[in-house]
Design a binder for this molecule. Structure first.
Ligand code: ATP
Ligand code: MG
Length: 454
């Protein structure tokens, strides 16, 4: 390498974002909330690889879907020639894993996953090339009860996150036979109006006409609104299932609207399909999509096994959380330890460890390139950390085996009687003193620094 060559800056990949520390607490809050909700319905986590065989998706999702047609990151493993794909979604991988490990041998399973998905789309607000989904897959359940349960789980999550304005759209796309009768009429209808079809629709007319109903082109809205409705083709069994889902939702006061044009992107869906949508995110308004996919397990070579699931687009939910006007107070730690002189530094490391032994979150001031910095500079750091208290150790303190404790926040000072007044504590009493100050007699969980304020 030439030494004169200017070092070029290497930047991240377009459409693949960094989550910076300022946003991390929001992610954590979302992740903790969704895990708590999933657990409260008995769902168990499954983690599958980010890379799968390309055939899993081309076979599972259907060849004429947006994802398989143009959005997959597929590549040949140059070391062994395997055809691989970065997962664009997780249902296929979870079903593969469930089959491979015979997870449903002793009955149906409620599973959930979280992780990054990859789709080569045009990046824009709410649409990225690497994005995060949290999803649930209920495998082996046949009735409308689980469909409704999945939906109510989502409703509980929005409520717990304080999100309003997320509404449920529901539809049934029946079974293969009902869809095929509808399909014939749909093609005939669109052929009769061929002049009004856009290029996308013309391309899909004979391959996947149902997807034309999902068009986002405003010029085609009238045409698709008047198209034959799949709901009108459902027969007794499919109708009863759909009715069953609705009855449970009504009994639990979950509002919904039926959208006869709602179809889902992947081929494996049947019967119940649903989306949670909001008007707040422009054209990227779907925050969660789901439905039943009874044919998929068999398509992957398993015994016929009914199943149902959903996937949440986490970035879109976080946008809603940010927009909801809630405020997030983020503390890096409970206590920030500052020190002057070398013996004080040694003592400070001992003090910090004792506080951590007691379960507190502690930042010990450490030297930067210019050294540890003046007392004033260190106190500035302590304040910026959001800590409730600074523990101060100078030469005097070391000599006496004491440390000074200074409340940094009005609230913390109030608990000890006087805002900002420094007290002296024996080093050996420090941990219990600080725990008293911070945890007090109440139930406050000092380990949780994110407070979701209404
Ligand atoms: P869209 O119609 O917005 O393209 P989709 O039908 O392709 O969505 P699904 O495959 O059902 O989306 O994925 C479930 C959820 O994941 C979506 O509702 C959305 O919230 C989120 N999602 C999908 N694609 C992206 C993306 N490229 N970037 C960010 N979030 C996404
Ligand atoms: Mg899409």
């Amino acid at each position: 390498m030439s030494e004169n060559k200017k070092t070029e800056k290497i930047v991240g990949i377009k459409g693949m974002n960094d989550v910076l520390p300022a946003d991390a607490p929001l992610w954590e809050l979302f992740e903790n909330t969704v895990q708590t909700v999933l657990k409260s319905y008995g769902f168990q986590q499954i983690r599958t690889p980010i890379v799968e065989a390309t055939a899993l998706f081309s076979r599972g999702l259907g060849a004429v879907t947006d994802i398989v047609e143009k959005e997959m990151y597929s590549f040949t493993d140059s070391l062994n020639g395997d055809q691989l794909t970065l997962r664009p979604e997780s249902t296929a991988g979870v079903v593969r894993a469930a089959l491979e490990h015979n997870l449903t041998y002793d009955g149906p399973k409620r599973l959930w996953y979280a992780g990054p998905m990859f789709r080569h789309e045009r990046p824009q607000r709410g649409r990225y090339r690497q994005f995060q989904q949290v999803g649930a897959e209920a495998i082996g359940f046949a009735g409308p009860d689980i469909d409704a349960e999945l939906i109510m789980l989502c409703q509980r999550l929005w409520d717990d996150l304080g999100l309003q304005d997320v509404r449920l759209e529901l539809n049934s796309i029946g079974n293969a036979e009902e869809r095929s009768r509808h399909r014939a009429d749909l093609i005939a209808y669109f052929e009769a109006h061929a002049a009004m079809l856009d290029a996308d629709a013309q391309r899909r007319l004979h391959s996947n006409p149902l997807r034309i109903l999902d068009t986002k082109n405003p010029a085609m809205q009238e045409l698709v609104n008047a198209a034959p409705k799949l709901l009108d083709y459902l027969q007794a069994e499919s109708l009863a299932h759909f009715e069953g889902v609705q009855a449970i939702l009504r009994h639990n006061n979950v509002p919904f609207s039926i959208n006869p044009r709602l179809v889902r992107g992947m081929d494996y869906y049947n019967r119940t399909v649903f989306e949670w949508v909001t008007d707040q995110l422009g054209s990227q308004g779907t925050v969660c999509g789901g439905g039943r996919y009874d044919p998929l397990v068999e398509m992957f070579g398993g015994k016929p096994t009914p199943a149902c699931g959903f996937a949440i687009g986490v970035e879109r939910i976080l946008e809603l959380m940010k927009a909801s006007g809630e405020r997030f107070a983020v503390n890096q730690c409970d206590v920030y330890v500052v020190h002057q002189s070398e013996p004080a530094q040694l003592q400070a490391s001992v003090a910090a460890e004792r506080l951590r032994d007691a379960g507190l979150d502690v930042v010990l001031h450490c030297a930067a390139a210019g050294g540890a910095g003046s007392f004033k500079a260190q106190m500035k750091r302590a304040d910026a950390s959001g800590a409730a208290f600074a523990v101060i150790i100078g030469e005097d303190e070391v000599a006496k085996g004491m440390v000074s404790v200074k409340p940094l926040r009005a609230a913390a000072g109030a608990e000890s009687g006087a805002a900002g007044v420094q007290s002296s504590v024996l080093l050996e009493d420090l941990a219990s003193y600080m725990v008293d100050q911070i945890v007090g007699g109440d139930e406050h969980d000092h380990g949780d620094h994110v407070h979701y304020r209404h």
